[in-house]
Design a protein around this ligand. Structure first.
Ligand SMILES: C[S@@+](CC[C@H](N)C(=O)[O-])C[C@H]1O[C@@H](n2cnc3c(N)ncnc32)[C@H](O)[C@@H]1O
Length: 281
């Protein structure tokens, strides 16, 4: 089955951890929802498709912008994340629906005006065919806007926990191929352009967005524990039989160099904000 590794991953421990830490993850990722919506230029009445919507933070925000009378939808492969998204939509009375589906083959009788995504489109085994499928779900000239990460080397918030763990590991973990599905699969701007171009999208623009992200946690230790829990570090250390607690001291030391006057940790982050127009039906 296509995308089976990612589907398994997001329905397993990764999905449950995201649900468990959803509020804090949304706090971390909130500025990127604003980056996507700032560029998406949504209008009242637009129907939106949020791809890889997870627990629905972006879908809900966008849904309130476009209003009640649309067929706005969030899709995702992760059952635990969608359950939380649906609960949030019910509680907030949001005018959006959520469906489980693999975006690379998802079909809908409705054509959408705007496709949006916050870090939900880098996980396809075959990105050209996935983006061609998404293109076919849009009205003619429908707008695509998504955020994806630039290289790990520019994203200190993600790099710091790995660097703190490295000296503890018996050997350096093998790096995945740069275009393997995963959070940094779209780090190469030219590759992203080629994927969208080959998938038939028009007017492709890719803008660099550099800034700082505020890590969750009132103290440096809380921020360090959060980063250890959520990232790949836990998996790497447990595979090597090493206690995760050993990373806390070096990571806390690194993060303490990034505390600003409000006492919170702010780390460099780099994303691409990508936009394009669909060829349409
Ligand atoms: C990094 S999370 C981002 C979640 C959400 N967009 C947010 O910003 O909170 C990536 C999401 O993409 C979803 N995903 C991965 N592959 C997918 C696919 N083929 N189709 C739909 N969703 C997918 C995952 O289940 C996960 O919820």
């Amino acid at each position: 089955m296509k995308n089976s590794d990612q589907i398994e991953y997001w329905n397993g421990q990764a999905g449950s951890k995201w649900v468990q830490h959803a509020e804090r993850l949304d706090e971390l990722l909130e500025p990127f929802a604003d980056d996507v919506l700032g560029r998406a230029d949504l209008k009242q009445g637009d129907s939106i498709l949020d791809v890889g919507c997870g627990a629905g933070a972006l879908t809900l925000k966008a849904g309130f912008q476009v209003g009640d009378d649309t067929q706005s939808l969030g899709i995702d492969v992760s059952a635990p994340l969608l359950e939380l998204a649906k609960k949030r939509a019910r509680e907030r009375g949001a005018p959006v629906r959520f469906e489980r589906g693999d975006a690379s083959i998802f079909q809908s009788g409705h054509k959408f005006d705007a496709l949006i995504s916050r870090f939900g489109v880098m996980f396809f085994d075959e990105p050209v065919s996935a983006f061609a499928n998404l293109n076919g779900l849009m009205q003619q000239n429908g707008r695509l806007t998504f955020a994806c990460w630039q290289a790990l080397s520019l994203n200190d918030w993600a790099r710091a926990p790995l660097e703190a763990a490295m000296p503890l590991l018996p050997s350096s973990p093998a790096s995945p191929p740069p275009d393997a599905p995963g959070p940094f699969a779209f780090a190469d701007k030219d590759r992203v352009f080629r994927i969208l171009d080959d998938a038939g999208w028009n007017d492709i623009e890719i803008k660099s967005q550099l800034g700082l992200v505020r890590l969750p946690g009132e103290t440096v230790s809380e921020a360090a524990r959060f980063m250890m829990e959520l990232g790949p570090v836990g998996r790497l250390l447990s595979a090597a039989g090493i206690d995760l607690a050993k990373v806390e001291a070096p990571l806390t030391e690194t993060l303490s160099n990034h505390v600003l006057t409000d006492g919170r940790v702010y780390m460099p982050a780099a994303t691409w904000i990508v936009s394009a127009r669909s060829a349409g039906a």
